[in-house]
Design a protein around this ligand. Sequence first.
Ligand SMILES: Cc1ncc(COP(=O)(O)O)c(C=O)c1O
Length: 371
Amino acid sequence: MSDVVDMGGPRIGDEERDAVDRVLRSGRLAQGPEVEAFEAELARDLAGTAHAVAVASGSAALDLSLVALGVGQGDEVVTTPFTFPATVNAVLRSGATVRFADIGDDFLIEPAAAAAAMTDRTALILAVHLYGLPCDADALAAMGRPVLEDAAQAHLATLGGRRAGSLGVAGCFSFYASKNMTTGEGGAVTTGDAELAERLRVLRNQGMRDRYDFAAIGWNLRLTEVAAAIGRAQLRRLPAWTAARRAVASMLSEALGDVEGVILPTVPAGRDHAWHRYTIRLDPSIDRDAVAAKMEADGIEARVYYSQVVPDMEPYVGHPRIDVSQPLERARAAARTVLSLPCHPGITEADVARMVASLRAAVSSAGGDRP
Ligand SMILES: Cc1ncc(COP(=O)(O)O)c(C=O)c1O
């Protein structure tokens, strides 16, 4: 049996091992010069912003951004129901109310739906660049509220030549192990706003402005030196990895164009996708579980991200600070029909050929004849 074509994982090489060794030998383990250097490199090479603040996770990036932007009780945040729950959890932790707006065919919050969901209590729009495709942040910003980017999946994605993380007031990245670059656990907020960056730095470090000079009630959401050193090595390799993801995505799209019942992901003009996930939609008459099972039997991982919209998940149903008064049917339809295929730098042309043959066969045996 040939190797499994998997969804990908952390890519660790000598660069990362040497970086960890360097930190261990230095004896400095908590936030210090590696974090500072990582931040300068993130600002320059990841988002193209003046500032980056490294934190313990993508969730920490969202938590701190919401607080630093003054979002809390009595405010409303408009966001997408079709995301990983971390997006919504951060808003609920802030004390604000979540108002969901439906998505378009690109799986992203639709500007017109976001406008319809807004009220005069709406403090900001939280735009999730799902799967690595940037939202139309300009159309969202035209609604007159700040746009906070959940760029957890969108490293090096672009909109009109500008990078994810620089499209709104701030961008929140994750460096979790499954992401396009990783520090194990980690995250960052990128922003062009110097005062916001300073507030974030203070809040991540127990509210300390200077040694034992406290300006706010903060958290410990710092990144470690080991994590930052790994991140610096990963960031240097990210452009090549992103190009490899784009090459795999084009091969997949080219080869799958004529498969009946499969709708391919599209990239609107003026955007570059980061291809965190290559996600197709299956015609509703096709049994998605049967397709995934058949592919698995062929040694190919195909996964569903995400099988439910967040407001339909148990902890969120009936939540007093969740508003589901807007139609969310396109998001629910996406949750029923999406399927992600392996798309990462480890995928070869031969893997693509296997995936295509397997999906083609799986779709023709799992479709059409269901009641
Ligand atoms: C869309 C989205 N937002 C937020 C997060 C949270 O990031 P983290 O797991 O680093 O806390 C993730 C990833 O897990 C994510 O995919």
